[in-house]
Write a new protein. Structure first.
Length: 441
């Protein structure tokens, strides 16, 4: 039986952001790079020539709104589908209906909100119908589709990147909310331009968040005798008392910020490193996660140029594990500053990556007989370990024995660049290589 809303439910007012949702492209706010006059997405929508596409952008920038505008303009059947409430069963039902529509010559546009929430199996269920043309898929996601959408499905979709709205965009939207009959146009609201700008800045590019804050401020404003409502600075402050840091521990910004920390340390910029560290910690990031990344940095970007860097990172990791926030913030600061000022070398990272490529291409390369283990009589008879030279038995603690497969003889992976303590290691390594060349038999 179809769900029917009750009389009481019908009387519940919709949130301001929903009431003010744009009905057409002329009301749409922002995304001029896609929807300005003559721009590609505007042409596609206005000509009703929509193909499969993905809208990728942060929350509150208009992904769902664009889908609804398409729904109003298209001659195709439009199906709104949520990745949160739907599974394989519901997907198959919609696909079967779309296939029937296709046989009658009618297209079906399937809008999937939060498509990144679908697992691989669920996304795979769309693929044959997209390939056949039974459906035109429009997905919306806050996550990078390169990571969250199956490659085969993504290759059949055009990705449109939506940007965070500018402060000016959001101020215009808030002014429209105050004048539009669907918003507060029927009321007299007194609020200064400075406060509208403050709300826009607080929203950080999120139109929905800005409208929600404005609605809270108006509902909590001071009502005068004439019925007008005054929104004061204190009212706005009370409505924006939560953290305004742009952060999502599972989203793209999480990776952007840890990348900023890593690259600031790599660039020997301790001030920037401490700033990005504070951004993450004050927004609620797990200090253990940051400590793990700093530990990785100690070997990836410093390595043997300063072997103590790894010890500093491990000590900070242990401090985070033992005492937690907020006390461990200073330990992470110590580690981040140390990493920033330490001499840099990526020789260890480059060595492994180079060796990995050869290892993957040459998985069947035999271990040289001379360094094979020979625990049985048969193995000894097969010359396993024959000619092995025990370095500790020599005066130089060196031998000229070949340890790489023949196909990789004399290949170099570790190439110290001579920074910090690695300068001494580079000199030592060159002496070892020269000695082995002279004593090679």
């Amino acid at each position: 039986m179809d769900y029917q809303p009750t009389l009481f439910e019908n009387n519940i007012p919709q949130p301001l952001a929903e009431r003010l949702r744009p009905r057409d492209l002329n009301e749409f706010c922002g995304q001029e790079h896609l929807l300005g006059e003559g721009k590609i997405l505007r042409k596609i929508i206005e000509s009703d020539s929509v193909g499969s596409m993905i809208f990728w952008g942060p929350p509150g920038v208009g992904k769902t709104t664009l889908a609804r505008i398409i729904a109003h303009r298209t001659k195709a059947k439009f199906v709104d589908f949520s990745a949160v409430t739907s599974g394989i069963k519901e997907i198959k039902q919609v696909m079967e209906e779309a296939e029937r529509e296709r046989r009658y010559g009618r297209k079906t546009i399937l809008f999937v909100d939060e498509i990144h929430r679908f697992n691989k199996a669920q996304q795979d269920a769309f693929l044959p119908y997209v390939e056949k043309g039974s459906i035109i898929l429009i997905g919306a996601t806050t996550e990078n589709p390169s990571f969250e959408v199956n490659g085969a499905l993504l290759s059949r979709c055009k990705v449109f990147v939506l940007h965070s709205l500018s402060t000016e965009n959001i101020v215009d939207l808030l002014k429209r909310a105050l004048s539009d009959e669907r918003g507060f146009g029927g009321q007299k609201i007194e609020i200064s331009d400075d406060l509208l700008t403050a709300i826009a800045n607080f929203a950080n590019g999120d139109a929905r968040g800005a409208l929600t804050t404005l609605e809270m401020a108006v509902l909590n404003g001071e009502t005068k005798e004439d019925g007008s409502i005054v929104v004061t600075e204190q009212t706005v402050e009370d409505c924006t008392s939560r953290k305004s840091l742009l952060y999502d521990k599972k989203g793209e910004e999480h990776y952007n910020l840890i990348s900023a920390l890593h690259k600031s340390m790599r660039n020997s910029d301790p001030d920037a490193a401490v700033y990005w560290l504070a951004r993450m910690l004050e927004a609620g990031e797990d200090p253990i996660y940051i400590a793990r990344r700093i530990t990785r940095f100690a070997s990836e970007d410093i390595g043997l140029a300063d072997p103590r860097a790894l010890s500093v990172a491990i000590d900070a990791f242990e401090a985070c594990r033992l005492i937690g926030m907020p006390e461990c913030s200073v330990h992470l600061t110590q580690a981040a500053v140390y990493m920033s000022l330490a001499p840099k070398s990526n020789a260890l990272y480059a060595a492994y990556e180079s060796a990995k490529k050869d290892a993957l291409k040459m998985l069947a390369e035999p271990v040289p007989l001379v360094i094979r283990n020979a625990p049985t009589k048969l193995m000894k008879e097969l010359n396993y370990g024959k000619g092995y030279q025990y370095a500790h038995d020599t005066k130089e603690k060196l031998t000229s024995m070949q340890c790489l497969p023949d196909s990789l003889k004399d290949k170099r992976y570790y190439l110290p660049d001579g920074k910090g303590e690695e300068a001494e290691l580079k000199e030592l390594l060159e002496k070892i290589i020269d000695w082995k060349k002279k004593h090679n038999t």
